[in-house]
Design a protein around this ligand. Structure first.
Ligand code: ADP
Ligand code: ZN
Ligand code: ZN
Length: 739
């Protein structure tokens, strides 16, 4: 046995590396960090990433196991990728091996060769002639040979049917040595001479200013926040900056939110450029993802577009990073490695010395704060580019108005007027189902979920009660389970109820519903949009699925049925999310000639945040919200980490967190960190969920450095706590919600 020790990051939650011995044959090969190694682990084998080669280990000789196999001859992971993963693991206090696991394409984790797929290619044999007497009477073989002769680089096997090439004919030609088969990788598509496939729009002065600012930051790290109202032409600015990037021989990475994956967004990039575009999002299969990843790594893709995890895609010649809709919640991963792709993208841009552009109509308070403190350059675009007007926002005070399935009289009137003027209406309600709860009018029974501290939602059409938190469902009862009376009433309104009522109120117009229930079928959404696209007067009712990425030129009225949840929620980010959502929905209105109007029904018509938002716009709202955050010492004016725990028995999660808290206090007594506070442990806002009891401990710190000093010392101790074995726990650095 050799004394070459391999230090390996394994996909395990344990925050440490694992030592293995390199068997003699492996030890003779050149070993480099990033290579994948197969090793025994417990009773299984695992694939890990080599981090370090050394000759020392603390593992006793009789416990040290040999690694089983080396999977790479050279490291498939470029140094920049490696460095970003190291940073990520450290910042989020996560195991390095599991960080690699989240950052790598599935197939690489499973041991697939880090090579583009090999394929069979069919060629005409050199010297093969159409006049060959052996095919004089075989018109199909002649035809096939002719087609192949037109493709001097060969035809990939997968494309045969597309070119109407018949496999039998090819086999016969092969037998006559008139064609040849070669196995090789799909060669990279060549770089194009002319990047533009369609002419660019002439930028307006606001766009030009934004473009110039970012353009002048090329070649080094600069972060910009492009705050442009919906329709101000942000995408056009992205496209022209990407063109500049391509002309400089570099690659551009564009992150988009999960929900923007509509064909519209991707089509705009594909139509504009003669470029090799690599796509990495949830609809791409594992093989395509690996090929896209490799193409990006090897500089064979010019533009990389993807959702959250595409952030980790390596680039050979990085030139520009763009985060579209930077405020969007889908950039934060809420399980396992709880990273924020926007924040990591800024880190990456800094590591690779490229400019980064964050774009949004409704920037996050974090990014606005970074702009205010000068860390990001602030670029504003306040006019709609295509000439359409900004919609007007109106508060409709419903305090003394009866609500008919959530819809007030004045709103009904406004809807009627719009429809009669031949236009479309969008009704937004962020609650699916028929009603959020069922009440017994006799005894007061409520449809509580047996596994959660939450109510089950009434789904009338499927006659079910469903918990939206754990998925538990039951038949809709006909009589009260508690007192047997039959006077059961759905309380409040969800999209299903609003849809039903709107159909009764406006029988002459189509009413279409868009939410997770109505669009469960894959093509349902597309069918809905096609109907809307025809432009006849109609009502579209739905949840936030409606809010993003789509253009409805004929919608001139947007109705927000209930904005109040965002104003009195216990979650400190709720009002920010509400404002972003309202403006995103509002952005759907009046995108063409007719100006749009947004009516917001509220019981809190005088609420300062809502007043600012509707009268002065998002920036004024953000100022107001920011000063509230400052006063309360909340982010972006402090830094948070949340330790969550859950267990089957009540008290267990708190018990564990109590011990964790004591450990932190003991460390802090020794190494005081001014401005750092431990808050809790307390039961989670929804204490019981899916049958587990949940609690949490919040760490709030004035400085990030202080927070991280505590976290790195603390986590090592938490991992040792025996009570940790009875609970499921996780640490969330920079949590987005405190639930
Ligand atoms: P955003 O991304 O900010 O929502 P878009 O880039 O989608 O805005 O632009 C909105 C509309 O304005 C699109 O139809 C786009 O083609 C058009 N547009 C953008 N820039 C210009 C321009 N400079 N001149 C004319 N039309 C423009
Ligand atoms: Zn009852
Ligand atoms: Zn439940």
């Amino acid at each position: 046995m050799s004394d070459v020790i391999l230090r390996i990051a394994l996909p395990s939650p344990l925050r440490r590396l694992f030592d293995y011995q390199a068997p003699p044959r492996m030890a003779k090969q050149p070993l480099a960090p990033g290579m994948r190694v197969r090793v025994p682990f417990g009773r299984r084998e695992m694939i890990g990433v080599l981090v370090e080669v050394t000759d020392r280990t603390e593992v006793p000789a009789d416990k040290l196991k040999p690694a089983s196999a080396l999977l790479d001859e050279v490291s498939p992971l470029p140094p920049a990728f490696f460095r970003l993963c190291l940073w990520t693991a450290q910042y989020y206090q996560h195991s390095l091996g599991d960080t690699f696991n989240w950052a790598l394409p599935n197939l690489l984790r499973q041991g697939e060769a880090a090579q583009a797929r090999q394929e069979r290619f069919w060629h005409a044999a050199p010297g093969a002639s159409l006049d060959d007497p052996r095919i004089a009477r075989a018109p199909r073989q002649r035809e096939a040979l002719q087609t192949l002769a037109q493709h001097p680089h060969g035809v990939a096997h997968g494309l045969l049917s597309k070119l109407k090439l018949n496999k039998d004919s090819l086999d016969l030609l092969l037998a006559k040595a008139l064609v040849e088969v070669e196995v090789r990788r799909q060669g990279p598509a060549p770089r194009h001479e002319h990047w533009l496939a369609q002419p660019e729009l002439a930028l307006n002065p606001e766009q030009q200013a934004a473009f110039d600012a970012v353009r002048s930051g090329f070649g080094a790290f600069h972060a910009f926040l492009l705050a442009g109202v919906t329709g101000s032409g942000k995408t056009e600015v992205y496209l022209q900056l990407i063109r500049e990037t391509l002309e400089a021989g570099k690659q551009a990475l564009v992150l988009i939110p999960e929900i923007n994956l509509g064909p519209q967004t991707l089509a705009r990039f594909e139509q504009r450029f003669n470029a090799r575009i690599a796509l990495l999002h949830s609809a791409v299969n594992d093989r395509e993802r690996l090929d896209a990843w490799l193409a990006a790594r090897d500089g064979e893709a010019d533009i990389i577009i993807g959702t959250r995890s595409a952030l980790f895609t390596p680039m050979k010649n990085p030139g520009l990073i763009i985060i579209d809709e930077e405020h969007d919640g889908s950039y934060k991963q809420q399980e396992g490695l709880r990273y924020h792709a926007r924040d990591l993208a800024v880190v990456r841009a800094h590591q690779e010395q490229v400019p980064i552009l964050l774009g949004s109509a409704t920037p996050s308070l974090e990014s606005l704060h970074n702009a205010h403190t000068g860390r990001y350059g602030l670029l504003r675009m306040q006019q709609r580019a295509g000439g359409a007007k900004q919609p007007r926002l109106l508060r409709l005070d419903v305090r003394s108005l009866p609500l008919d399935s959530g819809i007030s009289g004045p709103l009904q009137q406004a809807i009627r007027q719009t429809l009669e003027a031949g236009q479309q209406v969008l009704v937004f309600l962020n609650r699916r189902g028929f009603a959020p709860t069922l009440l017994c009018h006799d005894c007061g029974w409520l449809s509580g979920c047996p596994r959660c501290d939450a109510r089950m939602t009434v789904h009338q059409r499927s006659a079910m009660l469903r918990c939206h938190h754990c998925g538990h469902e039951e038949r809709l009862p006909h009589q009260c389970p508690q007192c047997d009376h039959v006077d059961l009433r759905p309380i409040g309104a969800g999209t299903e109820r609003a849809e039903e009522r709107l159909k009764v109120l406006f029988p002459d117009f189509p009413v279409l519903r868009v939410d997770r229930d109505s669009t469960a079928r894959k093509d349902a959404m597309q069918a809905l949009f096609t109907t809307i696209g025809r432009g006849q007067p109609s009502i579209l009712v739905g949840t936030q699925m409606l809010a993003k990425g789509h253009h409805f030129p004929r919608v001139t009225l947007v109705a927000v049925l209930n904005a109040d949840g965002g104003l009195f929620s216990g979650d400190f980010r709720a009002s920010e999310h509400m404002a972003q959502l309202i403006l995103q929905v509002a952005g759907r209105a009046g995108r063409a000639e007719e100006p749009g109007k947004v009516i917001i029904q509220t019981h809190l018509a005088e609420h300062p945040l809502l007043v600012q938002l509707t009268e002065q716009g998002y920036f004024a709202f953000a100022e107001q919200a920011m000063s509230e955050r400052r006063a309360a010492g909340l982010p972006p004016f402090s830094h948070l980490a949340l330790l969550r725990a859950e267990a089957h028995k009540p008290g267990q999660a708190e018990g564990f967190l109590d011990q964790a808290c004591s450990a932190a206090e003991a460390w802090l007594a020794q190494y005081p960190q001014p401005g750092l506070e431990l808050l809790g442990p307390v039961p989670a806002p929804m204490e019981r969920r899916a049958g587990r009891f949940r609690a949490q401990l919040l760490v709030q710190a004035a400085s990030r450095a202080a927070l991280h000093r505590l976290l790195s010392a603390w986590l090592a101790q938490i991992e040792q706590l025996p009570s940790g074995r009875q609970v499921r726990w996780s640490l969330d650095v920079d949590p987005v919600d405190l639930y």
